[in-house]
Write a protein that binds this ligand. Structure first.
Ligand code: HPA
Length: 279
């Protein structure tokens, strides 16, 4: 069976549970899952009930799809994601992102927890992604191309949509939440980086480092979805802080930033929803 038929089987199950056609997709990263719980008229499906959906094993990644309204905008929200370091093949790990597109989302806002490689960052800072470095050595589009989903060689010049980024700046100003902007380096993980690797990433132009997002953005761009992404800088990357890194701390910082992050995300979704639907 083809990827398209897998997606359509999953879409049929979701459509049988919710009458909404989402226009904006949201992916919630480590410790940021609470945002979904505010959706109105929501329907929640555990990933285990969605055909072909890979299930996350990471603490802090709930693994549920939410469909509902955020400020009146129909959204589909992935609460928790699967990562390559769990052993999922890249094309499998992006199944949820592709599902957002196949459900009808024309824009996707992705969030993640990341280490700051810019020394002036503080834990809890938020960073809008201007671009990424895919340093995983892998790509979710490897293998036969499904031409009905997208082109063999998708352009990545505007991987992060300029209009969606502009709306993030407006949303941040409206919500009174300061944001930074920079380049996100996506690595395979699961070990955190060495100080030498962080020094290398800084010379490559990275401002933040994490273990997600880049493959999802590649798959979403393949399907023509416009993307925006925001990192919560949960820690200073290895070598920039005297203390060793710890996943519990990453989650705790993400949780501490939750109120600012959710306020910003709500304002962003509203603006993107209006822009996408021409409102
Ligand atoms: N490195 C990689 N991934 C991360 C980090 C980090 O320092 N913090 C949160 N996710």
């Amino acid at each position: 069976m083809s990827l398209i038929s897998h997606l359509d089987e999953a879409v049929a199950v979701i459509r049988s549970k919710s009458p909404l056609t989402p226009v904006v997709g949201v992916v919630l990263g480590s410790g940021l899952g609470a945002w979904a719980e505010r959706l109105e008229e929501h329907v929640v499906l555990p990933y285990s009930e969605i055909p072909f959906m890979p299930v996350s094993t990471v603490v802090g990644h709930a693994g549920k799809l939410w469909i509902g309204l955020a400020n009146g905008v129909p959204v589909a929200c992935l609460q928790g994601r699967v990562h390559l370091y769990e052993g999922h093949a890249p094309e499998r790990a992006v199944f949820g992102a592709r599902l957002l597109a196949r459900l009808g989302c024309r824009a996707a806002l992705l969030t993640n927890a990341a280490g700051g490689t810019r020394p002036t960052f503080q834990p809890g800072d938020l960073m809008l992604l201007r671009d990424h470095l895919n340093l995983t050595g892998q790509n979710p589009l490897v293998g036969p191309n499904e031409a009905a989903l997208g082109p063999r060689f998708p352009d990545m010049t505007h991987a992060y949509d300029r209009r969606i980024a502009a709306l993030a700046r407006e949303a941040a100003a409206d919500a009174g939440v300061p944001i930074h902007e920079g380049i996100y380096a996506g690595l395979l993980g699961p070990s955190y980086e060495t100080p030498a690797e962080i020094a290398m990433l800084r010379t490559l132009g990275a401002d933040a480092v994490g273990m997600s997002t880049v493959h999802e953005v590649i798959a979403l761009r393949h399907m023509g979805v416009r993307c925006g992404a925001m990192s919560c800088i949960t820690n200073l990357a290895a070598g920039l802080s005297p203390t060793p890194l710890d996943h519990a701390e990453v989650e705790a910082t993400a949780r501490d930033s939750r109120d600012r992050f959710t306020a910003l995300l709500s304002a962003w979704v509203k603006k993107v929803g209006a822009a996408i639907t021409g409102g």
